[in-house]
Ligand binder design. Structure first.
Ligand code: H79
Length: 619
């Protein structure tokens, strides 16, 4: 088991990495078929990238504020008396508002309550170390004083001030890095740019390079030369931008500001780091530096009717989850047209700041934890000599961790530096190390209490997938071994680690795992709906085989998954299907396979699998 298992895991880790990187870089474009074969050299654990000194501050920072602010804050999700569905900054596109009409909004833009120092202090008190603000979103309106185009906040509005200048000064004073979001490919104001097919439907007349050379590049140059030192240029939705154009933009940023970063969405894999999909938090070990971007409600740009605020517990856990997977957390606020950050967001940020005051060491400058799966109680971040166990779900009396091979020198709670007793032993049945840490009865923090382990040497772990301390076996899709019927099968993993485009019923997955606590288990399938619209579809038939037992069932809606430890929010709904029961009598190494019997053919995305779960039946 040992060696075969190891190779198996190595292959999986690499597959997951490949899939994640390609999914992230192709974000917003058509899904490619997944690569089937993996190169011979495979990493056993997370290895850091070659040093890129530009990333030093960014890795240290781990937490930033995204600000979406523009003319779209005026209609705030409503056009001509009708609510317009979707994200607020997309209103021009969703309502197909002609340029000549949308332009009129500029005459009303007068954010008299805007106060740069106040915004920056909200970020600073939250523990955020950088701010990324929309200097120009897809609507094409520059939120800074631009000489390149009169369609900008200084020249076209009664406000006549440059809020980006004011923010740059406020950030400098407060020691926060400022970065500019700039939509380099889409610009709905311009006939030659990508995106506006209602005013400019004739694609054959478009000359993208004209827009790119005459507006995008000169405007980015203005941003790089007029606002002091920047943290980054945050590009988005590359669409059909060419490799040469992505590289030119990158080179230009580095030329004018050698220490500024460029986000992965500059396109064609040219950026300094990856950004995963909007509102996704990546799972599994991430090799490249990456950033999760998240909304505080369901929109980026202000919408007056969006009151679906994420609870602070979700925000703190997503941030911890990102850090535990070697990533940054960029959390959005959408100020109103008056220049006010909505109060529920301000409140949540202040609560995050309180958590960080106590637990910041478990966040700033950390890297991802040593396991390629999460724990039933939470996630792990790391720095040399230390592991930070982020406990979201506080167990009674004792915290258990399987598979850590290092000697633990001491354990303590980050809150109050309280020392904790622990013991380390070997479980001979499954040949794995067991760590048990004694805990006080009450969690110091209801969202995320951090237990620090001082360890000797580099972290070393059992690379097998092991049953959780809770007794559940979590077989996440991204940890599965993929068996494809043919190379054209579309099955792939998204950055949430969810299997999607599984439309070929001949494709199947299996998992190897170690079972520490045998017993009777409910076999549960967790499947996903699609983004933000609760559009879940089921009806597929599947068969499962484990420990010589076979069960068959249908992907039904038996309720919503409600796991407080998982980093998702109801942007996607996760639905459970109870397939049956199995009894496994002995501890040891097992394999479980999942094979579809039929996949409902009308469903574009087919079977979207989050995980197969073995849930222990309480005796
Ligand atoms: O700035 C935020 C978004 O406006 C931007 N990225 C984040 C950071 C973004 N641009 N494009 N997308 C996100 C993908 C957009 C998809 C959708 Fe739609 C927009 C879904 C609903 C509205 C386009 C129009 C696809 C369907 C309808």
């Amino acid at each position: 088991m040992c060696c075969a298992g190891k190779n198996h895991m190595r292959r999986l880790v690499l597959q997951v990495l490949l899939v994640m990187v390609s999914a992230a870089s192709l974000w917003g474009q058509a899904a490619p078929a997944e690569k089937q074969s993996a190169p011979a050299q495979q990493p056993t654990k997370q290895t850091k990238e070659a040093p890129n000194p530009r990333l030093d501050w960014w890795r240290q920072a781990r937490f930033g504020m995204f600000i979406h602010w523009g003319l779209y804050a005026i209609p705030a999700g409503e056009w001509k008396g009708k609510p317009i569905a979707g994200i607020g900054e997309w209103i021009m596109n969703r309502a197909k508002i002609p340029v000549t009409e949308y332009e009129q909004l500029a005459k009303q833009f007068n954010p008299t309550k805007f106060n740069a120092d106040q915004w920056v202090s909200i970020a600073k008190n939250a523990g955020m170390k950088y701010i990324v603000i929309t200097s120009k979103h897809h609507d094409g309106f520059a939120m800074y004083g631009s000489k390149v185009s009169p369609y900008n906040v200084v020249d076209a509005t009664p406000f006549h001030r440059d809020p980006m200048k004011e923010l740059a000064a406020a950030c400098k004073k407060a020691g926060i890095r400022l970065a500019f979001y700039y939509s380099q490919s889409q610009d709905w104001h311009e006939p030659d740019a990508i995106g506006n097919d209602w005013d400019f439907p004739d694609e054959s007349k478009k000359d993208f390079s004209h827009y790119f050379e005459q507006k995008a590049k000169p405007q980015v140059k203005e941003l790089l030369t007029n606002y002091g030192a920047l943290g980054s240029i945050w590009s988005d939705t590359p669409r059909s931008i060419s490799k040469q154009q992505s590289e030119e933009l990158l080179a230009m940023v580095h030329q004018y500001q050698p220490t500024a970063l460029v986000s992965g969405r500059v396109g064609n894999n040219a950026g300094d780091y990856e950004t995963v999909g909007d509102n996704q938090v990546a799972v599994g070990p991430m090799k490249r530096d990456w950033e999760a971007i998240s909304t505080t409600n369901d929109t980026w740009g202000y919408k007056k009717d969006d009151n679906n605020w994420k609870p602070t517990s979700v925000l703190i856990r997503q941030m911890a989850h990102a850090a535990g997977h070697n990533g940054n957390y960029l959390l959005n606020v959408g100020p109103t047209a008056e220049g006010v950050i909505p109060q529920p967001a301000v409140q949540a940020l202040s609560e995050m700041g309180q958590w960080i005051k106590v637990n910041g060491n478990a966040l700033y400058g950390t890297s991802g934890g040593p396991f390629n799966y999460d724990q039933s109680w939470g996630v792990i971040s790391a720095r040399p000599g230390k592991l930070y166990l982020h406990v979201f779900d506080w167990p009674q009396k004792e915290l258990t961790l399987y598979g850590l091979k290092n000697k633990v020198q001491s354990a303590y709670l980050l809150a109050g530096n309280k020392k904790l007793k622990f013991n380390q032993s070997m479980d001979k049945n499954v040949d794995t190390n067991v760590l048990r840490v004694s805990l006080p009865a009450a969690a110091p923090d209801k969202n995320d209490s951090v237990v620090v382990l001082n360890i000797a040497g580099e972290p070393e772990v059992d690379t097998s997938l092991i049953q959780q301390p809770s007794g559940a076996v979590d077989l996440n899709a991204y940890l599965g071994n993929i068996h494809k019927a043919d190379k054209d099968s579309t099955l792939r993993m998204d950055t949430r680690g969810v299997a999607e485009h599984w439309t070929n019923k001949e494709d199947w997955l299996d998992w190897n795992f170690k079972l520490v606590q045998p017993g009777t288990f409910d076999v549960v399938l967790v499947t996903s709906g699609q983004k933000n619209n609760h559009n879940w579809e089921g009806g597929h038939k599947v068969g499962i085989e484990v420990a010589g037992q076979k069960i068959a069932g249908t992907v039904n809606n038996d309720g919503e998954e409600n796991d407080p430890v998982k980093p998702y929010w109801n942007y996607w709904n996760y639905v459970i299907s109870k397939l049956g029961r199995v009894t496994i009598e002995k501890a040891g190494a097992y394999q479980l396979s999942l094979k579809p019997d039929s996949i409902v053919s009308e469903q574009k995305l087919g079977l979207t699998l989050v995980e197969v779960k073995l849930v222990p039946v309480q005796k």
